[in-house]
Design a protein around this ligand. Structure first.
Ligand code: ZN
Length: 130
């Protein structure tokens, strides 16, 4: 891993911008990566058009899992949840500035995407309930 990128990850880990919770949140989801012990919860607020107006994450875990959540939330504010459903593993690695990771570290990096998608698909379930 390039030192510059490593520094960026550590910086987001130590000084996260989007760490916290939203009460109330429109969408929330939490999950964990048992391989590493990472736990993550994401809270989102969305407007009536489905655009993300605010986002926070909480939890604990390794630098990659937490920095990935911070970078991901930074990138999704103002975006529409339909577009966010199309985010891929490559998008997360781009955000982290990492081209490849071993299988264990990859799960750390992708936990944020997994939790985000869990929260996004929650709104679909809510619609079906109505
Ligand atoms: Zn981890």
């Amino acid at each position: 891993m390039d030192d510059l990128y490593r520094e960026n990850i550590l910086d987001h880990y130590k000084n996260p911008i989007y760490k916290g919770t939203l009460e109330p949140a429109d969408l929330s989801f939490e999950d964990e990566n048992p391989l590493c012990g990472d736990h993550l919860r994401i809270d989102l607020r969305v407007d009536e058009k489905g655009n993300v107006t605010d986002a926070r994450f909480s939890g604990h875990g390794c630098a990659i899992s937490q920095a990935s959540a911070d970078l991901l939330l930074e990138s999704i504010i103002g975006k529409n949840i339909e577009d966010l459903k199309k985010l891929t593993k490559e998008d997360i690695l781009d955000l982290l500035g990492i081209e490849e990771l071993g299988p264990v570290r990859l799960k750390c990096a992708l936990l944020s995407l997994k939790v985000l998608k869990g929260s996004l698909y929650g709104i679909g379930q809510k619609d079906e309930d109505l």
